[in-house]
Design a protein around this ligand. Structure first.
Ligand SMILES: Cc1cc2nc3c(=O)[nH]c(=O)nc-3n(C[C@H](O)[C@H](O)[C@H](O)COP(=O)(O)OP(=O)(O)OC[C@H]3O[C@@H](n4cnc5c(N)ncnc54)[C@H](O)[C@@H]3O)c2cc1C
Length: 491
């Protein structure tokens, strides 16, 4: 059975050979990647099936306790999103089940049990390995069709023919290819004009064993998250997760921050968007961010550069600040996602660009003037106040100022016995503490520290070889960061 859907076919990946069962009780959306109620191709697809089959829509948003680096920080963020989703879906003809696992393994069998009553199951296609692994494993176990929908970026993941080793080459590809995809955005208001049949009740077998969280539990996660088997040392952030906080920050950024984006390298000016956590958890869609910038700038596709040159300048034509921002959001963000979609080597030292790894290996036995163990790094106990400030910000706020994030990585390379160990340490520190960690961009960012996506630099230096070199002294000389250092001089 085929669905004449508003979702482009290139974003739909059918995961098994099972049929759609029109006699099922509902259409199931298993929300694991694009955790949001708007601008979401997976939700659009599920609504499309529910309308076609004239069946209720059930949205289950699960959260396990055994994902990599599971902590209070990530749990709170996701649960904030669930609270927003419960409020938003309450106005629609949808049965929404936010479910949080209490003990590892409690969720085993849950998707299959829900799927037993479903006509079709829709979920997310995301290049985050543990999520993709879950979807692949589920495909063989559910008895109905399972579709995974790509709502990751402006470019459908399957439109990329290869991994790109340089932003310039990827940008040139985007300049040729994106115009055909830009006209197909997910719905900003997916339920506009849609009325679906309501489900009287979930099957007893599933609601009794896997009950959804109450509104009170969703609004007060502090009262119960502490009892879950998580890393409680990585504490919840002051920053709220969820669609509402994401949208508020996007609005603030477009109104007041975007104009200053050109100053984003200065830690004291705090001129970045701060959106990466919400983008990572799927609370915010790249399409929505792009739409907000385009509306603000009065942009139309007629402004796109006529020729694909690979150059950033003159591509979007929305002014230097917005051009710079869109290049990060589209070229750099999607570069990492495309790579993670096509290979799994980005998260490993072996995936670093060949020339860069060769150069690092040549210098692997160079004496290191200072060496630190992981515990000292984690506690921000080095002799470098700039590095320590960045590490303290990471632990406390789950983020590091963008420029300092690069410097932070470069220093760990110099302070570790071997570059392969430095890579592992960065993955550990980033993924454990950063609210946007465990993302394809985590590994492209860390890969960049080791030379990927960059070019060889002269002169060759001890330890770094031909890899770009950065120092805290020069950062302090050229950047405004006094207030930043004062703020983070102590935990
Ligand atoms: C060592 C290191 C580790 C990194 N780890 C991560 C990570 O775990 N998760 C993550 O999302 N990004 C990571 N980055 C990339 C970048 O630092 C962050 O995306 C950015 O700082 C997020 O802040 P922002 O949302 O205010 O960015 P803004 O400058 O406002 O950019 C807007 C969006 O564009 C994307 N973006 C911006 N810069 C980059 C970049 N260099 N590469 C890829 N996408 C980018 C992000 O989605 C970001 O939210 C890392 C970079 C380095 C050097």
């Amino acid at each position: 059975m085929r669905l004449d859907s508003t979702v482009p076919a290139i974003r739909v990946a059918t995961q098994n050979e099972r049929p759609v069962r029109p006699e099922g009780e509902y259409v199931l959306l298993w929300m694991i990647g694009a955790r949001r109620t708007r601008w979401n191709f997976a939700l659009d697809r599920a609504i499309g099936w529910a309308r076609e089959l004239d069946r209720p829509l059930v949205v289950v948003e699960p959260l396990r306790v055994d994902y990599p680096y599971a902590s209070d920080r990530f749990h709170h963020y996701v649960i904030d999103g669930m609270a927003d989703h419960a409020r938003a879906f309450a106005h629609e003809s949808v049965t929404y089940v936010p479910w949080v696992e209490r003990l590892a393994g409690d969720g085993r069998g849950m998707l299959e049990a829900y799927a037993q009553h479903a006509c079709v199951v829709v979920t997310d296609d995301t290049p985050i390995p543990f999520l993709r692994g879950m979807v692949r494993a589920a495909a063989g176990r559910v008895q109905v069709r399972l579709e995974a929908i790509d709502s990751v970026g402006l470019l459908p993941l399957r439109a990329a023919p290869q991994v790109f080793g340089y932003a310039h080459a990827f940008r040139r590809f985007l300049q040729k290819t994106l115009p055909t995809h830009l006209g197909h955005a997910p719905a900003a208001v997916p339920f506009d004009g849609v009325t679906l049949p309501r489900l009287a009740a979930l099957p007893d077998a599933v609601s009794a064993r896997w009950p959804g969280l109450s509104p009170n539990a969703l609004e007060n996660p502090s009262s119960w998250v502490g009892s879950l088997p998580l890393d409680h040392s990585v504490t919840a952030l002051r920053e709220r997760g969820g669609d509402e906080a994401a949208r508020a920050q996007l609005t603030r950024f477009v109104r007041t921050g975007l104009l200053r984006y050109g100053d984003r390298s200065h830690p004291d000016l705090d001129a970045q968007s701060g959106l990466s956590g919400w983008l990572h958890f799927g609370h915010l869609s790249a399409h929505e961010v792009f739409g907000a910038i385009a509306d603000h700038a009065g942009w139309t596709p007629a402004r796109l550069a006529a020729k694909p040159t690979g150059s950033r300048d003159g591509w979007w034509n929305v002014g230097p600040e917005a051009d710079g921002f869109l290049d990060e959001l589209v070229t750099w963000r999607e570069l990492g996602h495309v790579r993670a979609h096509l290979t799994d080597d980005g998260a490993r030292y072996e995936g670093v660009a060949g020339w860069a790894r060769a150069s690092l290996e040549e210098h692997a036995s160079d004496p290191r003037p200072e060496l630190y163990d992981l515990t000292t790094l984690e506690r921000a106990g080095t002799s470098d106040p700039v590095w320590n400030a960045a590490q303290r910000q990471l632990r406390a706020e789950g983020r590091i100022h963008n420029y300092l994030r690069m410097l932070w990585g470069k220093k760990v390379l110099a302070w570790s016995p071997h570059p392969a160990e430095a890579f592992e340490r960065l993955v550990y520190l980033n993924d454990k503490y950063a609210i946007d960690g465990r993302d394809p961009n985590s590994y492209s960012g860390i890969g960049w520290v080791f030379g990927s996506y960059d070019r060889p630099w002269a002169p060759q230096r001890p330890v770094y070889g031909q890899i770009r070199y950065m120092t805290s002294d020069s950062a302090q000389k050229k950047l405004k960061m006094k207030a930043y250092l004062a703020r983070w001089s102590r935990p």
